[in-house]
Design a protein around this ligand. Structure first.
Ligand SMILES: [Ca+2]
Ligand SMILES: [Ca+2]
Length: 195
């Protein structure tokens, strides 16, 4: 004869197992979400660092350049390229200038490229950043409007403009994370040439 209490015990056991399974699933989900948040936090931080670092390199170069020689447009126009020479010091009362240097957005490649002696056989180039969009964050280039209301019309992912001796630099970097979500960071810095 079967003991009714034994059957009851089995059901209780099944329920207990189901409950613990649910708890395990929940804990795992919480852990996963935590790891995900940490991952996306690290991603955002990386992106932020990259924008900071690239902007710092660009602004340092412009800071020590010959302000009088900068041929940049004035807002609402802008350029994705800057040609400059850096002061190497003073010799015999004259400022000694470096070979011509250039910082430019390479269209299609989405790169910020620094070069020395561009267009000559001695040209040296270094990529300072990847993942630049064609147009600055919020700007739709296929029109005649300043879509992101920053005073420039259709500015590129890297944009320079000049107001007397004040150079404004704008930069956007856009990357996709593992889940295919797009993240964009934009920074603006204004620099007055020392020389
Ligand atoms: Ca704009
Ligand atoms: Ca536009």
């Amino acid at each position: 004869m079967r003991n009714p209490r034994a059957g009851f015990g089995a059901i209780e056991l099944v329920i207990a197992m189901a409950v613990s399974a649910m708890i395990i699933v929940n804990v795992t989900m919480v852990l996963r979400t935590g790891a995900k948040a940490q991952q996306s936090g690290a991603f955002a931080m990386n992106l932020e660092n990259q924008v900071e670092q690239t902007m710092e390199r660009i602004s340092l170069a412009i800071l020590s350049s010959d302000g009088d020689s900068l041929a940049l447009p004035t807002a609402p126009f802008s350029s994705d390229t800057i040609d400059y020479q850096v002061s190497l010091g003073v010799q015999g009362g004259n400022v000694v200038w470096s070979d011509p240097e250039r910082i430019a957005l390479v269209p299609g490649a989405g790169q910020v490229r620094w070069s020395r002696s561009p267009g000559t056989p001695d040209e040296q180039t270094v990529v300072w950043s990847n993942w630049l969009p064609d147009f600055l964050e919020g700007e739709n280039g296929l029109n005649t409007m300043d879509d992101n209301a920053n005073g420039l019309v259709n500015e590129s992912g890297l944009a320079f403009d000049l107001d007397r001796d004040l150079v404004t630099i704008r930069l956007s970097i856009t990357r996709q994370d593992e889940d295919g979500n797009t993240h964009t960071r934009t920074k603006m810095v204004q620099v007055t040439c020392r020389n």
